[in-house]
Design a binder for this molecule. Structure first.
Ligand code: HEM
Length: 183
């Protein structure tokens, strides 16, 4: 198997690549930073919709138990941090860490990724209330793509790291993970 350039990009280093890939501009970052008050006005509604959805499905509600109140607060912080306008290494590091919290509880990645639907719905609502709705919408769409990629990266790198440790090196681990004919 041929080694790929993308394989050396790890942890926070994914930021630069992903910002370039989504073609996020400085103007879009600025508009996102200016959407904070719109985001604050809808965050309560977003949190209700988020947990209503998770609680109405048995396979997701079993993870929540008595933690809801604390989780509502952490989700609020996570949502509002989307609107700082400053997406730096610290931003990615903290979001990778949040992704890893979900890896640790044994949550299949499809659930957080599917829940980005709620985040996008409310991000779009905030964007439409902004003074530049068109730029705000496209900027938010790009940011959501970035955050989805970060969530997924947290899962992928954890699996890769564990497997590489077990089998002795990353290349072999990658080779194993690309096989789709497991009996
Ligand atoms: C867009 C998707 C999601 C976002 C943005 C999100 C955000 C967060 C944040 C910010 C935390 C706090 C992490 C920390 O303590 O540092 C957290 C914890 C948690 N999340 Fe999520 N979450 C998402 C999806 C889900 C889903 C689908 C479930 C399960 C059904 C879930 C279950 C949990 C649980 C159980 C914790 C607490 C873990 C613990 O402290 O024991 N999350 N989440």
């Amino acid at each position: 198997m041929e080694e790929r350039k993308s394989w050396v990009i790890k942890d926070e280093a994914i930021l630069e690549e992903l910002l370039a890939m989504t073609r996020m501009t400085e103007e879009e970052k600025k508009v996102l930073g200016e959407m904070r008050s719109q985001a604050e006005s809808i965050v309560g509604e977003m949190i209700n919709a988020f947990y209503d959805r998770l609680l109405s499905h048995e396979n997701t509600s079993e993870y929540l138990s008595d933690k809801i109140e604390r989780m509502r607060e952490t989700l609020k912080g996570w949502f509002l941090e989307l609107f700082t306008g400053d997406y730096n290494d610290k931003y990615v590091k903290s979001r990778l860490q949040i992704g890893k919290v979900h890896v640790r509880i044994g949550l299949p990645v499809r659930y957080p990724l599917a829940m980005m639907d709620v985040i996008m719905e409310y991000g779009q609502k905030a964007a439409l209330q902004s003074s530049q709705p068109e730029i705000a919408s496209s900027a938010f769409r790009k940011l959501a793509a970035l955050d989805i990629a970060i969530f997924n990266q947290a899962y992928e790198s954890t699996q890769l790291k564990h497997l590489a440790k077990m089998v002795g090196n990353e290349m072999l681990a990658r080779r194993i993970l690309t096989q789709d004919d497991v009996e």
